[in-house]
Design a protein around this ligand. Structure first.
Ligand SMILES: [Zn+2]
Ligand SMILES: [Zn+2]
Length: 254
């Protein structure tokens, strides 16, 4: 497939995926059931239309930058170092889900340290501030990054295909899971069931409250999928667990 055709195909797929996931979540929580769920919101105040439009604009640009990086990976000078495989029989079938989980763990580590770096000046003011314009994020903020940060975000794909064999489908599953988790992290509502707090998973996984606090307070809770790095480096907001319990108590009171 030539680069133009592949670019068009990827742009359509990435944008459809973004608008489908963020759009469904937004329609459900911010339009159709907005009144029903209002008191369940993590932050009671409502973001404005101008905030949603800004989040969509930056996310569309980010998706197009992801396409450009994907084309660079496929056709650029580094393509020969790629370990991405397309024949499913090249590795055992069990490796497919394992590689997706490995990708999420590697991405979480990469993201945590990149995110810490982006909070240092001048990188914060020049780049990461764009994402933090959403102090009360909506699902549309999932990819709302400055172009420079979008490139840094996309670099994870290059890192993954250079350090481990990964099937094209595993990359699709990884990037789709990542987007879904990002939509959840920026949802503005906590949707985890009540029992989740009592499980070991709560100790390990991030929640929507976790990332919402990063947007509200600008500091702490830098992790993407897991609490591991924040807990190890002492950067988790010390009021996180208490706040999570308050949000759930408020949500489940009737
Ligand atoms: Zn940040
Ligand atoms: Zn965010």
């Amino acid at each position: 497939m030539d680069s133009f055709l592949l670019g068009m195909k990827l742009a359509t797929m990435f944008l459809l995926r973004y608008f489908l996931f963020a759009g469904i979540a937004f329609s459900f929580f911010y339009i159709v059931f907005q009144k029903t769920f209002q008191k369940h919101k993590i932050q009671q105040k409502q973001a404005k239309g101008i905030d949603f439009r800004r989040e969509i604009f930056y996310s569309v640009v980010t998706n197009l930058i992801f396409v450009a990086i994907a084309l660079f990976v496929e056709f650029g000078p580094l393509a020969k170092y790629s370990q991405m495989y397309q024949d499913i029989d090249d590795f055992p079938l069990w490796y497919l889900p394992v590689s997706v989980i490995l990708a999420l763990i590697i991405h979480d580590t990469y993201f945590y340290w990149m995110h810490r770096f982006l909070h240092i000046e001048p990188f914060y003011s020049r780049m990461h501030k764009t994402h933090h314009l959403s102090t009360n994020p909506s699902p549309f903020a999932s990819f709302a990054f400055h172009a420079g940060e979008s490139v840094l975000e996309a670099l994870i794909i290059l890192i993954l295909i250079f350090i481990m064999p990964i099937h094209l489908y595993a990359i699709l599953a990884f990037t789709t899971s990542s987007l879904l988790i990002n939509v959840y992290g920026h949802l503005g509502y906590e949707i985890m069931p009540k029992w989740f707090r009592q499980t070991k998973l709560f100790e390990v996984l991030n929640t929507s409250v976790h990332h919402n606090m990063h947007h509200q307070y600008f500091k702490g809770n830098y992790g993407l999928y897991f609490r591991f790095w924040d807990r190890l480096m002492g950067t988790e907001n010390p009021t996180y667990v208490k706040h999570y319990e308050e949000v759930l108590a408020n949500r489940d009171q009737d």
